[in-house]
Design a protein around this ligand. Structure first.
Ligand code: GDP
Length: 480
């Protein structure tokens, strides 16, 4: 709520009536209690010869504010291992390759030591580490990116030599391009009789992945994940690519990074695998992870060994958090526990509020129940349609609906696709969105999914009306 004439009167040491008069002279009709727009306040302040400045309260819960990565030109940065994600079409050998890599180059004295699945692991080749994210496929990668977590430095694109480029291969290429992450192509299954690596190269050339031999700059390696052929070469190429990228980080600061995966463990409580992106994570560090916080109680590496610290690009499983974070959440270590707790509590509070609002989100499916519980005094609706005629027809019919004293209130209607601002409005006004011959934009759909806003798409007017009316009467036919 903005300030009104009374509030302003107090600040300016003037009678509220004078403020109202002044505003009237400036062409703004208001009374003493009506809250004023920022613009109006500014106008008034200027008239009194002072400058109005809106005080934006410091947003202590904004974790991104504390999440800072080093600028690569900064001094004192040290080389860090590359973080690699394996992508490719289903059955082309991603899992086989991940397993194969996992079992090669086990550090001496640790033979057979790699048994833990923590969501990421490191291999050591001649003293150089490479970190692999252990979830093959695109979802993890896409989700991370959607949430602003760019942890992957290099993508290994696995293409089976006997199958060639397939839909998910193309999808992976598009993800890599969108994220601006370099691709190394591993042409897999070359042990198979039907293998045709040349054909794969030809196909990929159409997607701007052109081998060096053909004048391009994409690294291709022919491998067999099954027999282990050329696996070392893949690792060498990863290191080569890492050198080109000059991956660096500052190990001497407070750690920040990203959650790879997290779960609730019966004995140990919340457990999260973090990948350190900057700084060094220590036992005892106070940290905020997504919407939760705590202190690092224990750290375990990908070999199930207890460790005391984790440097950049290292994945570790930690305990000591208050609750389970989500994968792709960011984490930030704080200097002192007090700040960490403040930020963490603020975020936890906010997340809880958000969840509660979501739980009360009105949808077609819970309309009747919400009405029966007396929670709902009116059903808020937003109408978007392809033509004005349909907007009006829908609006008029919907506003006529009345069930048990509850009516439909159209809080917004317009011609056009369902956009993000419609979804924000629906979130704020707890409304259902009806789209008539229009669809949501992809951002709007994403937003609606994350906020649990109900979007109903129709192409027959009476069906749209019937759906709302039936839902209000609790007579909605179950959908199978
Ligand atoms: P993903 O779906 O990409 O993870 O593929 P998988 O790793 O599960 O592999 C699918 C199938 O291909 C499995 O039966 C593997 O044994 C087989 N496979 C994977 N790599 C090779 C290889 O290099 N040569 C042969 N002959 N088969 C392979």
């Amino acid at each position: 709520e903005g300030m009104n004439a009374q509030d302003l009167g107090k600040i300016l040491h003037r009678e509220p009536t004078e403020i109202v008069k002044k505003l009237f002279m400036l062409g703004i009709m208001t009374n003493q209690n009506q809250s004023l727009e920022d613009d109006t306040i500014e106008l008034l302040a200027t008239d009194y010869g002072i400058e109005a400045q809106k005080v934006v309260p410091e947003d202590i819960g904004d974790l991104d504010k504390y999440f800072e990565l080093s600028d690569n030109n900064q001094k004192d940065l040290k080389k860090r291992p590359p973080v690699v994600t394996i992508m490719g079409h289903v059955d082309h050998g991603k899992t086989t390759l991940l397993d194969r890599l996992r079992h090669t180059h086990v550090t001496e004295g640790e033979a057979g030591g790699i048994t833990q699945h923590i969501g990421a692991y490191q291999v050591d080749i001649e003293g150089r580490l490479i970190t692999f994210l252990d979830t093959p496929g695109h979802e993890a990668f896409t989700e991370m990116r959607a949430r602003g977590a760019d942890v992957t430095d290099i993508i290994i694109l696995v293409v089976a030599a006997d199958d060639g480029v397939m839909p998910q291969t193309i999808e992976a290429i598009n993800h890599a391009k969108a994220a601006n992450v370099p691709v190394i192509v591993a042409v897999n299954k070359i042990d198979k009789p039907g293998a045709n690596p040349n054909h794969v190269m030809e196909q990929l050339s159409e997607y701007e992945l052109i081998p060096e031999d053909w004048g391009g700059n994409t690294i291709f390696v022919n491998i067999s994940a099954k027999t282990g052929q050329n696996i070392d070469e893949v690792l060498e190429m990863v290191n080569l690519q890492a050198d080109i990228l000059e991956l660096k980080a500052d190990p001497d600061r407070l750690a920040v990074g990203t959650v790879i995966e997290a779960k609730l463990d019966k004995g140990r409580g919340p457990v999260a695998t973090l990948i350190v992106q900057e700084g060094t994570l220590h036992i005892g560090d106070p940290l905020v992870v997504g919407n939760t916080f705590g202190r690092v109680r224990s750290m375990t590496n990908d070999r199930g060994r207890r460790v005391k610290l984790a440097t950049p690009s290292t994945p570790v499983e930690i305990t000591g958090l208050n609750s389970v974070p989500d994968s792709a959440d960011k984490f930030v270590v704080f200097e002192d526990e007090k700040t960490s707790r403040q930020v963490g509590e603020e975020r936890a509070k906010r997340a809880e509020l958000n969840d509660r609002q979501k739980a009360h989100r009105v949808t077609i499916d819970n309309l009747f129940d919400s009405m029966s519980e007396g929670e709902l005094k009116e059903v808020a609706v937003i109408i978007k349609a392809d033509v004005q005629g349909s907007v009006e027809a829908l609006r008029q019919s919907l506003e006529k609906i009345e069930v048990k004293g509850v009516r439909v209130n159209v809080i917004h209607s317009a011609v056009g696709a369902i956009n993000e601002s419609d979804v924000s409005l629906a979130t704020a006004g707890n409304a259902i969105i009806i789209g008539f011959n229009v669809r949501p934009t992809s951002q709007a759909q994403q937003e609606a999914d994350s906020e649990d806003v109900d979007i109903r798409l129709h192409s027959v007017i009476y069906k749209a009306i019937e759906e709302i009316e039936s839902a209000m009467k609790g007579m909605l036919e179950p959908v199978y």
